[in-house]
Design a binder for this molecule. Structure first.
Ligand code: FE2
Length: 309
């Protein structure tokens, strides 16, 4: 007998976990997809949702009834559907994102169908892919490195980072807790940095990004919070990532199997031809080191490799 999640009371459609004072991670009830988890950061004046995710469940109602009564703002780390689809539920709130993400979303809106995107299934496996009217009509506030979002005695700053997973990815640093919110750029399960469209990703750029975070913010970062896998992560993870990059750059190849929990749940593989293509590409390898996992392209190791493409 399958469970009708939609029939559950609002406080059972999601759960929440406190990871720092006034800082919550929200888990939508969706066992078939390793969906992104929104974070809710509560300040004196308002609360910021980092990545509203793509659950078909009423995320806004849950946050307003079970997490905070403060006015809401939303920030998207990058444009990917599993991070931005539910922005449409927050049309009347200020929504922050990068110019690259906005360009991507505008282009997506202009398409008749979301070709090549991830079909959405609910907890029962039903096709609940977003309808065009659910893709939103909002116009976001564009932000980039150095910009700050003030929640009232709580400032969230965008740190410098060259998007390797998605162009224009935003990395958010919370000055109150020292937590880094990284989107899909830094996480435990897999970091997909093998050259997605629009990026200049290569292992050398990834290493430079991480080293810059360590050099500029290492003494302030207390934890890393990604949306999909592993939260919170110890900041020493950044050092291990640099070591992983150094191993790859020194000629130690990863393995061809790029799978992880994000890829093995539900219909993900069957519904994402691009993921199957990655899996079969002999140049796309997964390098694991001390809990870090970089999925990279061995034809894109150095910046000079990118310039030649
Ligand atoms: Fe992503």
């Amino acid at each position: 007998m399958s469970l009708d999640v939609n029939a559950l009371p609002i406080n059972k459609k999601f759960n929440r976990r406190l990871i720092a004072p006034d800082t919550w991670i929200i888990n939508p009830f969706n066992p078939k997809i390793n969906t992104g988890r929104p974070y809710v950061l509560i300040g004196d004046d308002c609360a910021l949702i980092i990545d509203a995710t793509h659950t078909t469940l009423p995320i806004r109602e849950y946050v307003e009834k079970c997490v905070t009564d403060k006015p809401l703002k939303v920030a998207s780390t990058h444009s990917h559907l599993d991070h931005t689809n539910d922005n449409y539920m927050f049309e009347d709130c200020e929504i922050f994102m990068s110019e690259s993400a906005w360009n991507d979303i505008r282009a997506r809106r202009e398409m008749d169908d979301v070709k090549g995107s991830w079909r959405q299934v609910d907890a029962d496996g039903n096709d609940v892919t977003m309808k065009p009217e659910q893709r939103g009509t909002y116009t976001p506030t564009l932000i980039g490195p150095g910009d700050k979002i003030d929640l009232g005695n709580r400032v969230i700053e965008v740190l410098p980072y060259v998007g390797c997973h998605s162009p224009g990815s935003l990395i958010f640093f919370d000055h109150n807790t020292g937590i880094l919110f990284t989107g899909d750029e830094i996480e435990c399960g897999q970091m997909l940095v093998m050259g997605q469209p629009g990026t200049k990703s290569c292992v050398e750029q990834l290493r430079e990004n991480i080293q810059n975070l360590i050099d500029g913010w290492g003494d302030k970062i207390t934890a890393i919070c990604p949306p999909h896998n592993g939260s919170p992560i110890h900041p020493l993870f950044l050092t291990y990532l640099v070591e992983n990059c150094d191993r790859v750059l020194s000629g130690i190849d990863g393995e061809m199997n790029i799978g992880s929990m994000s890829f093995m749940l539900g219909d993900f593989w069957a519904e994402m031809p691009m993921a199957q293509k990655w899996m079969a590409d002999p140049d796309i390898l997964r390098s694991e080191w001390k809990g870090t996992s970089i999925v990279y392209n061995r034809t894109r190791l150095h910046k000079s490799d990118i310039e030649q493409k």
